[in-house]
Design a protein around this ligand. Sequence first.
Ligand code: NAD
Length: 246
Amino acid sequence: MGSLAKKVCVVTGAGRGIGRAIAARAASAGGVVVVADIDRAAADEMAEALGGDATGAHVDVASRESVDALVGGVVDRFGRIDVLVNNAGWDKAGPFVDSDPADWDRIIRINLYGVLHTSRAVLPLMAEQGHGSVVNIASDAGRVGSSGEAVYSATKGGIIAFTKTTARELARSGVRVNCVCPGPTDTDLLASFAGEKLRNALVKAIPLGRVGDPADVANAVVFLAGDEAGFVTGQTLSVSGGLTMV
Ligand code: NAD
């Protein structure tokens, strides 16, 4: 039996990249995984690839109505939510002084409001259940900053602070909330702003000598999500090959 045996796990942004790896790792740990993504086709395809009880679902985390519909659907089907992984995220890199407020809105709506919407919908359920575990995917950009990612960094720093506060508020209800901060990790998001030159520079700067694989992040998430981390809450874990040591 895996560490997430029979636990109902909702993973947002699980159609590709890090979220997809989290969904796969959670399923291999025995979880009943809800693969939620704004890209419904990718979510369904991933759920089908996982097989078993895995199910695909549409969600736009930036929309409270959409999040409420997702959570309502999961509760109707499974009766509970044991694990929530807030992974969906987006960025458009560039110098802050040239940035467009329309892009700020989009980054804040997806990255920060997304976590607020899902947390507002799921935390009361978990408190009522008397158990639950939330893992928020922030970023090392939220701990140490990242040139070209000012607003993104602000949302990720916000997620880290939000994690600590919800961890405090929900601890007595048996609900844990933790945060994982990936460093540069091999996904479409990284490819969207790191060409070969930057990628090589990153590999040079990372003490463990490579960029992250989505599975590296997934392993940390599944540890924090499961009962083996039963005495861990409000923590921020960087998975970055030692690039940051904070
Ligand atoms: P990605 O772009 O490869 O995948 C993101 C997924 O989220 C996609 O499937 C996309 O369809 C989905 N998504 C986007 N907007 C959504 C919305 N509004 N509602 C629901 N789903 C939505 O990105 P990734 O690299 O896998 O990033 C996953 C998380 O990890 C993000 O929160 C990101 O900020 C964080 N992160 C990534 C890196 C990295 O180097 N890749 C580093 C630090 C943090």
